[in-house]
Design a protein around this ligand. Structure first.
Ligand code: GDG
Length: 469
């Protein structure tokens, strides 16, 4: 029997590999999830099981479990073929688009499913080995939906939670998924299935009736004599970390420098996203282009900055998106830029947390326009960064965050005129009105940070009283 009374299972370990002259070392990666779970893991010598992000090589010795910030990390190896079939294939070419309203057409290939099942088995085996008798295992996200049932079959003594970070689709869409009942049964292995939104939990419960003939009642459903509960736990961010960061003179100075480097425009419009087709980057570029074309805004008074962090670069949909976005940026700059003053500053790069914080502080209008998004942490980070109560958030109704950040300028990103109108209102908002909106959103975030999220999930799982957070 394993050693840990609390085990987290996620596709990725919360570390990045850094190569130093002393050899390979691990550094904790930034991220809300690890911030929330580190204290829970550290208090109980908990284990985090996940993939390192690098392909394993044939004949390579396995990576021994190692410790970082009082968490034990256990690596699950993935071969180059598994990365292609499981991660790039089933996870990011089938499930990701399907769960995001099929905004790109999902692709299904039978060989991908086999790899998905095999990799999920490997994660379940690792969790079964690591978890102590009667322990708690918390499985994360769409890559590992089969793990709860696989783990329950191996270890019926465990308390198992699952949290889905992305949306969960309605019946009509989920019904497309080949192997849909296996996926549903996989999730039903958990005692508690958590979602970002109440609607997602309802979709899930309805599906258990529709596909499996079960009888959900309220927020739970009985399966094999066990109760499985499904409800919403909207995730959040480490508000204190961002507030501390923006309180440093260095960040404030860097924000002023950024404005200067951009030519001291009146209005800086900012987007920060992984370069992903769910994020609505194209829609916001089109809206900005039309505002320039009809003379509502002009360069150099207004400039747009788009950070598009490289993501899933070997997946076809992502390669096509990059081409489209870069063509559009080039077109806008060609038509409206001036020597030394492009209309759109496009940055296909990854930045440090502090540079992102400085960008948030510099941005007059933050554009978060996904076509569908489980939550969207960037919107919350922007609000947390604006301790000065300045700035305006334009936020898509299709981001989970819109259920909480009601004082944002809410938009339907498919409605181009509506989007343009929201941008104009945000650009011209009266500062007192902007402050009022920002203050209300900040008040909400203060009491709904990522630690509160973890506490709320673990309380519902019925295990928090036995844990320290
Ligand atoms: C999934 C769901 C849900 C971005 N660029 C850089 C960078 N980032 C950071 C942001 C933010 C995070 O990445 C992105 O989080 P999002 O929530 O916006 O989006 P996904 O990656 O799609 O996340 C989403 C989330 O899971 C959590 O449940 O909200 O709906 O899709 O924290 O700041 N960080 C750094 N450099 C960058 O260039 N350091």
């Amino acid at each position: 029997m394993g050693r840990s009374s609390f085990v987290v299972v996620a596709n990725r370990l919360p570390v990045d590999q850094v190569n130093t002259p002393q050899g390979r070392q691990w550094r904790r990666s930034p991220g809300g999830l690890v911030t929330a779970l580190q204290p829970v893991l550290a208090a109980r010598r908990g284990t985090w099981i996940g993939w390192t992000g690098a392909a394993s090589k044939p004949g390579e010795p396995p990576i021994e479990p190692f410790e970082i910030e009082d968490m034990i990390l256990r690596a699950v190896p993935l071969s180059p073929e598994e990365i292609e079939l499981y991660y790039e294939g089933f996870c990011n070419s089938s499930l990701w688009p399907l769960y995001h309203d099929a905004v790109e057409t999902p692709v299904y290939q039978r060989s991908w499913w086999e790899a998905y099942r095999r990799v999920n088995e490997r994660f379940a085996d690792a969790a079964a080995e690591e978890a102590a008798e009667g322990g708690v295992v918390w499985v994360q996200d769409y890559q590992l939906q089969l793990v709860p049932a696989m783990l329950r079959a191996r270890r019926p003594d465990l308390r198992i939670g699952f949290f889905l970070h992305i949306p969960f689709p309605p019946i009509e869409l989920f019904a497309q998924l080949p192997r849909r009942t296996e996926v549903l049964r996989g999730l039903l292995g958990a005692d508690l299935v958590g979602f970002q939104q109440p609607l997602a939990a309802q979709n899930f419960l309805r599906l258990t009736r529709h596909l499996l003939g079960l009888r959900p009642r309220g927020d739970s459903v009985e399966v094999d004599g066990r109760q499985v509960t499904a409800s919403a736990f909207p995730i959040s961010i480490d508000v204190a970390e961002i507030e501390n960061l923006v309180a440093t003179p260095h960040i404030r100075q860097r924000a002023a420098e950024i404005r200067h480097e951009l030519g001291d425009p009146k209005t800086i419009l900012l987007g920060v996203d992984r370069l992903d087709y769910t994020k609505g980057i194209e829609q916001r570029l089109t809206a900005f282009q039309e505002l320039l074309a009809d003379g509502t805004v002009s360069v150099p008074d207004a400039v747009m900055v788009q950070v598009a962090t490289p993501s899933r670069e070997r997946v076809e949909h992502y390669q096509a998106l990059r081409v489209k976005v870069e063509r559009e940026v080039g077109r806008i700059n060609g038509d409206y830029g001036r020597v030394g003053v492009p209309a759109v500053h496009y940055l296909h790069q990854s930045y440090s947390r502090s540079e992102l914080a400085a960008l948030y502080c510099a941005a007059d209008v933050m554009m978060v326009t996904p076509l569908r998004d489980g939550m969207n942490l960037v919107a919350k980070e922007y609000v947390a960064a604006r301790a000065d109560l300045g700035g305006a958030l334009v936020l898509s109704e299709f981001a989970g965050a819109s259920a909480e950040l009601r004082q944002a300028f809410l938009v339907n990103p498919h409605d181009l005129d509506g989007l343009k109108d929201a941008l104009v209102r945000a650009i011209n908002v009266d500062p007192i009105e902007a402050n009022r909106r920002m203050r209300a959103m900040r008040r909400h975030l203060r009491t709904h940070d990522v630690r509160a999220w973890a506490r709320s999930f673990l309380t519902s799982l019925g295990v928090l009283d036995t844990m320290t957070t």
